[in-house]
Design a protein. Structure first.
Length: 562
């Protein structure tokens, strides 16, 4: 009974509490709905569009530029700007309504240039200009090269005032060549026009004259009025200039140098053509001259045929004789570059060889009496000398005859020389620096053959050998032995100061017993010449085979360095 009375009481109390909570719950739910409604109605401030970005890198098809930007749904259009000078100036400005754009003649009103770098930037436009994006740099792209059968020029296709244009004869015949200023990018106003002969068309090349040195041109090929292609040519600067320059290029006669030498003024510079051969006519130098290679369409040096050697006139004073970028050769048993023998003394300030290739001679420079004479300085730089027989690179061959004061051999290679330096006269100095010596001298022969009397067999200011690599002697008979003499013995070089700095010799390098040269390290490179160099014996390739050689960067002829 008690429980029956209790239950209705509890039920009544609970109903009253629930009724009293309903207003509170309704209030709570209303507040929550209000908060949600407030959140949904909050408005953020409008900002600029993001700057355009690329889906893919800029690319080119022929002379059209492809721009593929990421799509922006808020953008109503895009402004594109195109430049060739990183926007110092703007070539074209276009507005498009798509994110993928082909920049071509239809879009900008004219064809874009071929093989040209263009820069592109973009701005995204909103429906309100206040919200346009900032400018976005999309990068740079080069249009493709104009389809052509024309060849691209190399260094040997351009001279200072001439050019060689060449093509593959295919399709319509090339009938003319036009030369335009480098700034005439649309090839509108030719500076020069050359007609192409049927023979030139068949050969696929034409030589142009009348260009200006140190100048860039657009040179174009045409089939009648149809453009077939063009290339940029930049002419070389003049080698030398002045009224004293005599250019023998283009003259086919082998005797033109010999015919010219006697008539040119003192101080003249004579230019020879690469690949051509010239005779000396036994010319006797009686004035200062420079004979050198001019520019050429072929890589071969001009060649001096030493069938007759050069001489020096007796009784003259000559300031300088210079040979530059020439090759010399003759007969191994009998010919020289110089072999004067005068009864009257002469005096030459200097004889200098620069960038020359000298080979297959009995001697390079042999100076004899009977009269005393003087070569103040004999020098070689950046030269290659090989296959020299008995009379060495420099030889003064008469007692009390011609003397050579200073001998300077730098940045050069000497190979297969029976003798190296010979003198019967006192010298002032000998310097050998950054040279490569291989098979010099011959086995049992003498390297520095100062063979005069006492007081006439020394080098007053000393012999200096530095930064040089020296291989074994020339074993002409293939005997397998390599010992050679450093000097002539006796009084030879007895009072000469010898300085040796940073010199390497190979493992087969060997002085004859009792005839050494003070300071020369014997075999301080453990390998042979074949270990050290790529092809030293007959191949004349002294690039380093041994990459671990410690002197590869600071010794030897620099032309062979890595």
């Amino acid at each position: 009974m008690a429980s029956e009375c209790f239950n209705p009481l509890i039920e009544k109390i609970m109903k009253k509490k629930i009724v009293s909570l309903i207003p509170v719950l309704l209030l709570l739910f209303a507040g929550m709905f209000w908060m949600v409604a407030c959140e949904e109605e909050e408005v953020y401030p409008r900002t600029r569009l993001f700057m355009p970005v690329l889906n893919e890198e800029l690319s080119a098809e022929q002379n059209n530029i492809l721009v593929n930007m990421a799509r922006m749904k808020e953008a109503v259009s895009y402004k594109l700007e195109i430049s060739r000078d990183t926007f110092k100036t703007i070539d074209y400005t276009v507005t498009v309504d798509t994110n993928y754009v082909v920049i071509n003649k239809d879009l900008v009103g004219e064809e874009l240039l071929w093989f040209t770098f263009y820069q592109v930037r973009a701005t995204a436009y909103a429906d309100d200009p206040a919200y346009n994006s900032k400018v976005s740099d999309l990068g740079s792209v080069r249009t493709q090269k104009f389809p052509s059968n024309m060849g691209a020029p190399t260094t040997f296709d351009v001279l200072d005032n001439q050019a060689r244009v060449f093509w593959t004869p295919a399709g319509a015949a090339i009938t003319r060549v036009k030369v335009f200023a480098i700034g005439d990018v649309r090839l509108t106003t030719p500076l020069l026009t050359f007609e192409v002969t049927p023979e030139e068309q068949a050969e696929g090349e034409k030589y142009l004259k009348g260009l200006t040195a140190s100048t860039s041109y657009n040179i174009a090929l045409y089939s009648n009025e149809t453009l077939r292609g063009w290339e940029v040519y930049t002419t070389k600067p003049p080698l030398v200039s002045g009224d004293n320059v005599i250019n023998l290029s283009g003259i086919e006669s082998t005797t033109i140098l010999a015919d010219t030498l006697a008539d040119v003024p003192a101080g003249a510079v004579i230019l020879l053509e690469g690949g051509r051969s010239y005779t000396t006519g036994g010319y006797k130098f009686d004035k200062s001259l420079t004979i050198m290679s001019g520019y050429s369409f072929v890589p071969a040096l001009p060649h001096i045929d030493c069938t007759s050697n050069f001489n020096i006139s007796g009784g003259v004073r000559v300031d300088s004789i210079v040979f530059k970028n020439l090759s010399f050769s003759g007969a191994y048993d009998s010919r020289y570059v110089f072999n004067p023998s005068e009864s009257t003394p002469f005096d030459v300030g200097k004889i200098h060889f620069e960038g020359c290739r000298i080979s297959n001679l009995r001697g390079v420079a042999r100076f004899r009496g009977p009269a005393p004479g003087m070569i103040q300085k004999f020098s070689m730089n950046n030269c290659v000398v090989d296959s020299i027989r008995d009379y060495a690179v420099v030889c003064t061959d008469t007692d009390n005859g011609v003397a050579v004061g200073d001998i300077l051999l730098t940045n050069s290679t000497f190979s297969r020389c029976r003798y190296f330096l010979i003198s019967r006269m006192q010298s002032n100095s000998v310097v050998i620096d950054h040279c490569t010596l291989s098979e010099v001298p011959a086995k049992d022969q003498i390297m520095f053959r100062w063979r005069g009397s006492a007081g006439n067999a020394d080098i007053t200011n000393g012999l200096t050998i530095s930064n040089t690599i020296w291989g074994h002697a020339w074993d002409e008979a293939n005997s397998g032995t390599y010992a050679f003499k450093a000097h002539n013995g006796g009084v030879s070089l007895a009072a000469t100061t010898i300085s040796v700095v940073n010199v390497y010799t190979t493992s087969l390098f060997l002085f004859a017993a009792g005839n050494e040269l003070a300071g020369i390290p014997v075999g301080n490179y453990a390998g042979t010449g074949a270990d050290l160099w790529v092809s030293p014996y007959g191949g004349m390739d002294f690039h380093f085979k041994d990459s671990a050689f410690p002197g590869k960067n600071d010794s030897g002829d620099p032309r062979w360095k890595p």
